[in-house]
Ligand binder design. Structure first.
Ligand SMILES: [Zn+2]
Length: 413
């Protein structure tokens, strides 16, 4: 039975981690940064050394192909991949694993002169972590990038997309041209670390993703009355922060008790105005996020939370405004890709369980244009988006071998 080279896979993961590597471990490699561009150049060279054809699309998505030199409608490609950008002070496996394992799988097929029916390709998607809007590269590839918005896109640090892309030799206004022709991808499968604790706690080796959750974000603005914090009697205060705090607690309770049991919720941004200790807060804004694998559940929860915000405001005699910020729809994995992953696990003697992905991934964009699937390996302690993110070497090898046999099964059909 074909298998990957664990040594080569580990060596490449270690080398990739040196681009933007931090002294105490972990890595900072945001999309389009000099470290990112060095890593991408290295990756292209590794792909070529592995015997793959390479190409880069106008959004910066970087491909290595086996049996193909591009993506076109005439010979549909079985595609794998992930991303090589990271969050600030991130781990060495988030994204990197899927790209390097995909490269390893294609190299094994190339070395052994295995020629599946469909050509195969591995992609490193640009800017998965959202320096310029989330999942930039796969959005462009799947035809979801709004050309009108590209010119104004800027990072939190103020750097404009047009400038960073120009520095790397790209014209940002052409990024939407990365849209792949209809029918060019026969299936997409991505290997990723779980980024949560469920597989490790269950003692299961491989997670087979059924759905990637949808995410809804709203800005909720409570308007009360700013007042002197010493002289205003307590019973007369219309404190906007207390309304926001009340809402945050009750919204959490509502989502936990009335959601789908898979629903999660977070308030991660709070602004209080004017923001002085001697002024009763006149305005408080928070960003409320909810996630669930079922679009109908998300829509219902959003409606109910709007009603809850109105109730809280009425009870506290202040005004409230709910502004929807973003809503991604849940993406379902294709049954045939899920069963190919499970067949590979069985053939290799690994345990697996079906699960949702509570984190966003490029695969959710690919689901709109082809049959999508994802597999997870356990993350130690469930840790991710931090420098001590890690998975066992054995788990990494298992994940890569399951990916290899899933790709083979999909490419033969
Ligand atoms: Zn990732």
């Amino acid at each position: 039975m074909l298998s990957v080279s664990s040594t080569r896979l580990q060596r490449r993961l270690v080398t990739l981690s040196t681009f933007g590597g931090l002294p105490g471990g972990g890595v900072t490699r945001p999309a389009w940064s000099p470290h990112y561009e060095e890593a991408r150049a290295w990756l292209l060279a590794e792909m070529r050394n592995a015997g793959l054809a390479t190409w880069v699309d106008p959004a910066g998505n970087t491909f290595g192909g086996l049996g193909t030199t591009r993506l076109a409608g005439d010979r549909p490609v079985i595609l794998t991949g992930s991303h090589i950008d990271t969050v600030p002070e991130g781990g060495v496996l988030d994204g990197a694993l899927g790209v390097i394992a995909g490269l390893e799988c294609l190299e094994v097929l190339s070395e052994t002169r295995t020629a599946p029916k469909n050509p195969l390709a591995v992609a490193a998607w640009t800017d998965e972590e959202g320096r310029y809007g989330s999942l930039f590269g796969s959005r462009a590839f799947c035809g979801k990038l709004d050309a009108a918005k590209v010119a104004d896109m800027a990072a939190v640090d103020g750097e404009r997309l047009v400038d960073v892309m120009a520095r790397a030799g790209f014209d940002a206004r052409q990024a939407p041209e990365a849209r792949t022709p209809a029918g060019s991808v026969a299936a997409y499968v991505e290997l990723h670390i779980e980024q949560g604790p469920r597989l490790e706690e269950a003692g299961v080796q491989i997670g087979v993703v059924e759905a990637i959750v949808g995410v809804r974000r709203s800005r909720i603005i409570f308007r009360g009355q700013a007042d002197h914090a010493g002289t205003t009697p307590m019973e007369r205060r219309r404190d906007a922060f207390l309304a926001a705090a009340d809402y945050a607690l009750r919204a959490r309770e509502h989502v936990v008790t009335r959601g789908s049991r898979r629903s999660v919720t977070n308030v991660g941004v709070v602004h209080v105005h004017p923001g002085a200790s001697n002024i009763v807060p006149g305005r408080a804004e928070l960003v409320h996020e909810m996630r669930d694998p079922d679009a109908a559940v998300l829509a219902r929860l959003a409606q109910e939370c709007q009603a809850l915000a109105d109730t809280v405001a009425r009870e506290r005699q202040i005004a409230v405004e709910v502004v929807p910020l973003s809503a991604t729809t849940p993406a379902l994995a294709a049954p045939r890709v899920q069963s190919s992953i499970e067949d590979a696990c069985r053939a290799l003697g690994f345990t697996s369980q079906r699960m949702d992905s509570a984190a966003g991934h490029d695969a959710q964009n690919l689901a709109a244009i082809t049959d999508m699937g994802m597999l997870f390996i356990p993350s130690k302690g469930g840790r991710s988006h931090r420098v001590d993110e890690m998975s066992d070497g054995d788990a990494i090898e298992r994940g890569a071998n399951v990916l290899l046999h899933t790709l083979l099964a999909l490419a033969r059909k």
